[in-house]
Design a protein around this ligand. Structure first.
Ligand code: F0G
Length: 442
């Protein structure tokens, strides 16, 4: 008999108890949280799919590495070990560790973005978007149109629209574009991958116009595995080789290590430009810490050095993407649509509040709450093209039966879909409003 799912290529060595509170307790938890899943307490949640960021389970090897952590202020052994892994996998000339991805974005933006400048990408994720805006810059999304059609089966829906990119550069002018980006995989658009062919084309355009090219590498290993599965020229290459080729196309990268490096905290900023690296080091010392620890403890650097390799393990990746696909399939079988094809780290459906009410399951909104913002020129609201609720799956953390529980809860919601109402804002800050916004039922 064939297996309907890929069994976990690991076994459980340490457990953390989770508790399912009653429907009445959930209702009062929701009210207290202002109907924002970010404001709920973790102890009131049974299955937490708010994010896959920093929520994965570290391996016994990573915990062993934690004990090796060298807490020297400068030049720690932990840094030397991380440096070896970063150079081996990514291949850039220079790098600094940062405390997480947004710190890398902030430092890069602080060093190169001037007010009124534009930064193109396929789609920026929330913190990248906000860090560019916070410096007066304008993040611009140029993903292919297929990305906005949830049913379209395009295998690389995270791809950049090359014609749109050329047109944008011609209209904006190279002087107004300090660097260009690509987010792999495209988190804001459903965790969708980008093909190597597209990355090569993007790199060629950026190079032609002498625009430095940075990759947002948060989920680069998942993206590399999709390339291996879906792009025939890469089927016999290892995921590590694919990743290496991908980064060889770019001038630098920002990375949240809390995703594909499977650590609870950490980030990287890598690049080839020595002069910019000097500016970055100075900014890092001011904001994060000395360049050999960048806001992290020595033990964090060691856990990252090990996690970077574990994130590239193809047995793990087959299970990881298989688990996501399994959950999506079960949800689709219950007659509930999800973004097609299923992405790497998450399943994107609807109704964040209702899923908590039903099963004490926490997801997160990725739509107007996260991305709507006033146009800097006219002040009128610009709404994103996709309204989604994301079920982000922490790495190596939940089992098959947890996935079944989530799918069954969604199926239960479907049966009472007609009676579900919406919510309105009662509070929202200017930037990154989804984290602290409050709502009340309509
Ligand atoms: N880039 C991408 C594509 C991300 O998904 C994230 C974080 C960041 C950058 C920022 O990294 O959190 O380490 O500062 N995404 C998380 C999420 C928060 O839930 O998807 P960070």
């Amino acid at each position: 008999m064939t297996h309907p799912y890929t069994p976990e290529p690991f076994r459980i060595k340490m457990v953390e108890t989770i508790r399912l509170i009653t429907p009445a307790e959930r209702e009062s938890a929701l009210k207290e949280a202002g109907y924002n899943t970010f404001t709920l307490k973790a102890e009131d949640i049974f299955i937490d799919l708010l994010t896959d960021s920093g929520t994965g389970a570290m391996s016994s090897e990573q915990w062993a590495a934690i004990m090796r952590g060298d807490e020297s202020y400068a030049g720690a052994r932990s840094f030397v070990r991380l440096k070896a892994a970063v150079e081996d996998i990514f291949g850039f000339k220079f790098f600094v560790p940062t405390h997480q991805g947004r710190a890398a974005e902030n430092i890069l933006a602080a060093c190169v973005v001037k007010p009124g400048q534009y930064i193109p990408s396929n789609m920026h994720f929330d913190t990248t978007d906000a860090n560019i805006r916070a410096r007066g810059g304008r993040p611009t999304n140029l993903v292919i149109d297929e990305a906005f059609d949830p049913e379209n089966q395009h295998p690389f829906k995270g791809n950049m629209d090359i014609a749109k990119l050329r047109d944008f550069i011609e209209k904006t002018g190279v002087a107004n574009i300090p660097f260009g980006m690509m987010t792999v995989t495209n988190n804001a658009g459903g965790g969708q991958p980008i093909s190597m062919e597209n990355l090569k084309a993007v790199a060629a355009v950026y190079r032609e116009y002498k625009i430095p090219f940075f990759i947002d590498a948060a989920r680069y290993a998942e993206n590399s595995f999709f390339i291996k599965q879906r792009e025939s020229a890469y089927k016999d290459k290892s995921v590590k080789e694919i990743a290496h080729e991908m980064f060889s196309l770019a001038d630098g990268m920002t990375m949240s290590a809390k995703k594909d490096a499977i650590v609870n905290m950490g980030g990287l900023l890598c690049l080839n430009d020595e002069k910019l690296f000097m500016d970055i080091k100075n900014e890092l010392i001011l904001r994060e810490g000395f360049p050999t620890y960048g806001g992290l403890a020595g033990r964090d650097l060691d856990a990252m050095a090990v996690g970077l390799y574990e994130g590239l393990d193809e047995n793990y990746l087959a299970h990881r993407l298989g688990q996501t696909a399994y959950l999506a399939q079960r949800i689709n079988d219950a007659g509930i649509p999800t973004i097609q094809p299923t992405g790497g780290h998450a399943v994107y459906v609807a109704l964040a509040v209702e899923l908590y009410r039903e099963g004490a399951i926490r997801g997160g909104e990725i739509g107007s709450v996260m991305f709507a913002h006033p146009d800097p020129d006219t002040g009128s609201m610009i709404y994103p093209k996709l309204e989604l609720m994301r079920l982000a799956i922490p790495r190596r953390t939940y089992t098959q039966s947890h996935m079944d529980y989530v799918a069954n809860s969604l199926a239960n919601i479907k049966t009472r879909a007609a009676s579900i109402h919406g919510y309105k804002f009662t509070y929202a800050p200017e930037l990154l409003r989804h984290f602290t916004a409050r709502f009340e039922p309509l």
